[in-house]
Design a protein around this ligand. Sequence first.
Ligand code: 3PG
Length: 214
Amino acid sequence: MMTPEKMSETTKEICGLAPVIPVLVINEVAHAKPLGQALISGGLPVLEVTLRTPNALEIIREMSELEGGVVGAGTLLTPHDVERACEAGAKFGVSPGATETLLSACEEADLPLLPGAATSSEVMRLYERGYSAQKFFPAEANGGVAALKAIGSPLNQVSFCPTGGISPQNAQDYLALSNTLCVGGSWVAPQDMLERKDWQSITELAQAASILSA
Ligand code: 3PG
């Protein structure tokens, strides 16, 4: 049984490994290793594979074999998702929001979770339970940098990985906030590059993202 406090310690360490966590929506199992390798080589070792495609679990398994990567499962919605993510070898989990049953499932499964929150009350509820590292989602639609900065005044004990609408244009503004650990985003692995198997361009996007300063 992992406590939320311990989980937050671990998720903060993971978020400290790179300024950007790629949010990956992958269809082809064959893309798992070359894509993971392209991102790791570009300096982004923390990889969030969303459970939004039928092959996501197999992809987590494959990607986890890569040297130097830390592969987690995103879009965790239910205890069943937590179970499947753990079986696939996910090292951490990410959820768009949080429910009591999801939190309990992650705590019981020892899966460090970055739980999503969008409002002060959601942040407070998670903090009360012991989660001091959270995902601010959906970041841009929810007020962006200004909202996250404002939340940070009264709730400065909580640090965030904002995700949703982050791009090379606004990532640095988030990273400059004192309550931002890193950002999450899909821009480093665009679907068209994946389809073309253009791993070199993905490595270049990762390189540009990896030098943003947290
Ligand atoms: C998502 O929901 O897919 C993630 O939050 C990533 O959002 P993005 O595509 O806006 O980076």
